[in-house]
Design a protein around this ligand. Structure first.
Ligand code: C2O
Ligand code: CU
Ligand code: CU
Length: 543
């Protein structure tokens, strides 16, 4: 059954679920048993139709950089249009995408710490959208809340089911997510999102966050990079320019004619939300894309490169490695995490990346003879999904870059004694299999009007995440540091400031989160987008 979740094990799974709720000891036992049951991925593979897409047949595309349309009083103004477009992803076939500026990934926005950016998103799609800057320290009304929608002008006043314009009364959408009428905020045609960017240099990304429909709308292409730079980062002798490469990793499935395939109950995204019951654990594609291209190739010089790795997949997890590895030294030198530069670099043999996470790494190709083909692999993937992309070392070149032993003086470690509050959030499936089942936080499906925590602005809290499956837990606004995994010190790859953390089945992950920047309502949620759409979100309010 390759990578698909062992669906026959529901009885066992429920038993373990119950046991895990009973305490930490049971949780640990559950984790061991789980590893044998399902391996490392939660989700079900959706097979593509038609001729398989060729591997290593296309060049790695680099998304174009967005240019500001104006620059007034130190504020950069950008315009971007969400629209449908027909693009060639698999050679010789056409795919209809929903993209920012009609491309997938969308244009890469760049900003500077302390310099506000305003991005006006014009929605020309046939569906409402909400754009979230993931990792952004953003005021609540620009944060891309799921019911804060940009409604295409031609849909204004029309009634759609499932989290949509024109709703009245107490709406209950497809997966029992609650949103009273007063909580829908509709912007007709476009919305100007304000990003103060009062935050460290970091690899952020933006994507759709529409209530009930984030998973299918991101699958169709609504995602891109947003890079924040600052002086400290710019002074470092790290690879730059064309040797600073953003890599958006995601899996997709395709119809025979080249269109995306996705198991939506309503592929138009205007009716009933959600996926067919078999895919409720998460949708896994069987074609690996990097920057929107299947298993692409990048020609490299035998020098250092900086790669900004982003897992933009709906549900797929990666453990990235290089094959062959370098003859000496480690394959990856990590320089940054979700929240920016680490204090000091660290070597990693492989990199676990769950949906939503970013890893900023330097790879040194100087140890490879010219002519070597180096494959970036996902050791959690099977068959063709074990490969991600390929680097071809094509020339020698002078390299005056290096990775200094000190990267950042603003990476400061939090101390457990800084925490003024301890809270627990349990990520779990409730209800029976099929239509009644849903994904919950502390036993509750998402409701816009319910607030699970009220941290104070400027304080640090210790948050404990427990789970029954793989749940990549993401916080809006607040950045955090991982404190423990199952009561033990975190793994090396947990280092630095983060906004998303990989929580594995029956694992207990504790983080120290700092609530800074803005007061207001924000969310924490699972970044498996199918789980997210099926109610695994919750609000916290910074007071
Ligand atoms: Cu990248 Cu609320 O998500
Ligand atoms: Cu986010
Ligand atoms: Cu989840």
């Amino acid at each position: 059954m390759s990578e698909a979740t062992a669906r026959g094990s529901m009885g066992r799974r429920r038993f373990l679920g119950a046991a895990a709720g009973a305490g930490v000891a049971a949780t640990t036992v559950g984790a061991v048993a789980w590893g044998r049951l399902t391996g490392e991925t939660t989700g079900t593979v959706l097979a593509s139709r038609g001729e398989p897409a060729p591997q290593f047949a296309v060049e790695l595309p680099i998304p174009p950089t967005a240019r500001p349309t104006s620059r007034k009083n130190g504020v950069d103004h950008f315009d971007v249009e969400q629209r449908e477009a027909s693009v060639e992803i698999i050679p010789g076939r056409k795919t209809t995408i929903w993209g920012y500026d009609g491309i997938f990934p969308g244009p890469t926005f760049t900003g500077r710490t302390g310099h506000k950016a305003v991005v006006r998103v014009l929605n020309s799609l046939p569906v409402p959208t909400s754009t979230h800057l993931h990792g952004g320290v953003t005021p609540p009304d620009s944060d891309g809340y799921p019911t804060d929608l940009v409604v295409p002008t031609k849909l204004c006043g029309q009634k759609l089911r499932g989290g949509s314009p024109g709703m009245s009364g107490h709406a209950m959408s497809g997966h029992a997510m609650h949103a009273p009428a007063s909580d829908w905020h509709l912007s007709p045609g476009s919305k100007a999102y304000e990003y103060p960017l009062d935050q460290r240099a970091a690899t952020l990304w933006y994507h759709d966050h529409r209530m009930d429909f984030s998973a299918p709308q991101v699958w169709r292409g609504l995602a891109g990079f947003f890079l924040v730079h600052d002086d400290e980062e710019e002074r470092l002798p790290l690879p730059r320019g064309e040797k600073d490469v953003p890599l958006l990793l995601c899996d997709r499935s395709f119809e025979a004619d080249g269109d995306f395939r996705y198991p939506a109950k309503d592929p138009t995204c205007t009716g009933e939300p959600g996926v067919h019951a078999d895919y409720m654990d998460g949708v896994l594609g069987d074609v690996q894309l990097v920057n929107g291209a299947p298993w692409p190739v990048l020609d490299v010089a035998a020098t250092r490169y900086r790669f900004r790795l982003l897992n933009g997949s709906n549900a797929r997890r990666y453990r990235l490695a290089l094959e062959p590895g370098p003859r000496q030294g480690v394959p990856f030198t990590q320089v940054g995490s979700d929240g920016g530069l680490l204090g000091r670099p660290q070597g990693l043999q492989d990199i676990p990346v769950s949906p939503g996470e970013r890893y900023d790494v330097v790879v040194d190709f100087s140890g490879y003879p010219v002519g070597t083909e180096v494959t970036l692999v996902n050791t959690l993937g099977k068959d063709r999904m074990r490969q991600v992309m390929r680097f071809r070392v094509v020339r020698r070149e002078r390299d005056d870059t290096h990775v200094p032993t000190r990267l950042s003086s603003t990476a400061g470690a939090l101390d457990p004694s800084d925490a003024v509050h301890v809270r627990q959030f349990d990520f779990r499936r409730t209800g029976s299999e099929g239509a009644q089942a849903m994904w919950t936080v502390n036993g509750r499906p998402f409701s816009t009007s319910e607030v699970l925590a009220e941290p104070r602005l400027g304080t640090v809290e210790r948050w404990r995440f427990t789970s029954d499956f793989h749940h990549p837990v993401h916080l809006h606004l607040a950045h955090f540091q991982v404190l423990t995994r199952d009561g033990k010190p975190p793994r090396a790859a947990d280092a630095g400031w983060k906004d998303t953390v990989d929580v594995r089945p029956y694992e207990v992950v504790e983080v120290l989160a700092r609530f800074a920047g803005h007061r207001g309502r924000y969310m924490l949620h699972c970044h498996n987008l199918e789980h997210e759409d099926m109610a695994m979100m919750a609000n916290f309010r910074v007071v």
